[in-house]
Design a protein around this ligand. Structure first.
Ligand code: UD1
Length: 423
């Protein structure tokens, strides 16, 4: 088992390019199934969720070729509509292969994704949406079988603006007969990116980024070459790490407009931010200040995927803050770990009260999910002494070489096998 050994207290300095967005690349790789032919997807981050998506696509018959951050897909050979259980268990996002497979092969079978470390993750909105387009959904012994001779456009209201359900329905609807309208759609930048990708293939999708998305079904789509947007959460994590260590970093390959809620909070803590083009300059303050109450919300609100990192940051802010998690239940597994590092936190249901402390202290901590892991890493960089972060498989799901990136910025972080680290 590997772990990070972090010697904290060193400010981050330097320039780094932000990776492509995991949450754009995953649905786009799935959407490529909609058009038979050779696709080229660029700036795909090299991380384990993408690797699993590649393995699933191969298991379905697709030829996958990776060259650095470019993924080539030959999708004409797609033959199976059955997502292997062992791969399905490794990545919940495989759920959004449903829409493309249903559209291309008229059926899809997969096992129900379980709950995960950030709480219950139901898929009712995905299934209801596909059923509205005319699919029959059957479930037996945990296996979902979904089939439709023909998909037909429908008017669909999402009770919650689910990102995955919006994407799944968009992908199923692009080749359906007639027009589909998704109301109360998720508005995340990754939805806009998916719309751009689908339209590049010849689809007719309008409205992504607003609450209403209209999809006019088309008969045929063509393969394309496409570059995914920068990862706003990976960028936000680096901004937090810079602010917490009192460093000075220039991030390139950033879309600042995608990060407004995160950046405005970080600015309130006293960090200085400046941007030009796709570059974002950050300088941490000598003392972080409190910002008050933070509430996670669907985009354009403050993202739940930045909540753990923001909690680590506010642990060092002078004064009192609170974070209310409104998107996922039970996304507070990092709280106990931050407390081990000296943070003064108390949880009441979905709210964490944060009383700033002058210093965090190195400790052995365990990442239980992706962003919780990122929070522990940034806390370790700012803490005094040595922090050991275990559970790297979670962090590797979403960050392309987080340790390498931080090393490049002067962070003292090493990936070691547990035996070496403790020996
Ligand atoms: C996506 C992101 C994830 C992010 C999340 C919220 C990807 C690959 N992952 O996840 O990083 O944390 O958006 O921004 O893009 N819900 C239901 N029924 C459903 C689907 C969702 O009740 O059928 C609920 C969820 O339990 C949650 C809320 O809707 O409370 C939002 O979830 P959703 O937007 O679907 O998240 P994901 O698409 O899974």
């Amino acid at each position: 088992m590997e772990q990070f050994v972090i010697k904290g207290g060193k400010p981050l300095y330097g320039t780094v390019r932000v990776q492509g967005a995991k949450n754009s690349a995953l649905p786009i790789l799935a959407a490529a199934l909609l058009a038979g032919g050779v696709h080229e997807i660029r700036d795909v981050p090299r991380l384990s969720d993408i690797f699993v998506m590649g393995e699933i696509l191969k298991a379905l018959g697709v030829k996958v070729k990776k060259d650095g951050n470019t993924v080539g897909l030959e999708t004409t050979t797609l033959k199976s509509s059955c997502i292997p259980e062992v791969l399905m268990r490794q990545m919940r996002s495989s759920i959004f292969l449903m829409g493309p497979l249903l559209s291309r092969l008229q059926e899809v079978s997969l096992t129900r994704p379980g709950g995960c470390d950030i709480g219950a993750r139901p898929i009712d909105l995905h299934l209801k949406g596909l059923a509205s387009l005319g699919a029959t959904v059957e479930e037996k012994d945990g296996v979902i079988h979904c089939f439709a001779r023909k998909l037909t456009g429908a008017d669909i209201f999402l009770e919650l603006p689910s990102v995955g359900a919006t994407e799944n329905i968009m992908m199923a609807a692009v080749r359906a007969e007639g027009t589909t309208v998704i109301r109360n759609a998720a508005r995340e930048p990754e939805i806009v990116d998916l719309q751009r990708f689908l339209n590049r293939m010849g689809a007719d999708v309008q409205g992504a980024g607003s609450r209403i998305i209209r999809i006019r079904g088309v008969k045929q789509l063509q393969p394309v070459s496409y570059e995914v947007i920068p990862d706003r959460i990976a960028a936000g994590t680096l901004v937090v790490a810079t602010a917490m260590t009192g460093g000075e970093v220039l991030l390139t390959h950033v879309v600042k407009e995608h990060m407004e809620s995160t950046l405005s909070l970080i600015e309130k803590t006293g960090a200085e931010l400046r941007s030009e083009g796709d570059a974002l300059w950050v300088r941490g303050p000598s003392q972080l200040q409190a910002v008050g109450n933070v509430v996670t919300k669907p985009y354009p609100g403050f993202p739940t995927d930045m909540q753990p990192q923001m909690m680590a940051l506010l642990s060092l802010a002078k004064g009192e803050n609170s974070i209310f998690e409104s998107v996922f239940e039970g996304r507070f597994k990092h709280v106990q770990e931050l407390i081990r590092m000296g943070a003064d936190l108390s949880t009441v249901e979905n709210r964490v009260e944060i009383r700033g402390v002058p210093q965090l202290m190195g400790h052995t901590v365990e990442a239980t999910d992706l962003r919780a892991g990122a929070a522990l890493v940034v806390a370790g960089l700012a803490a005094s002494g040595t922090t050991l972060v275990k559970g790297l498989s979670h962090i590797d799901r979403g960050y392309e070489g987080l340790d390498t990136t931080l090393l490049q910025l002067g962070g003292q972080i090493q990936r070691c096998s547990s035996r070496v680290a403790s020996g």
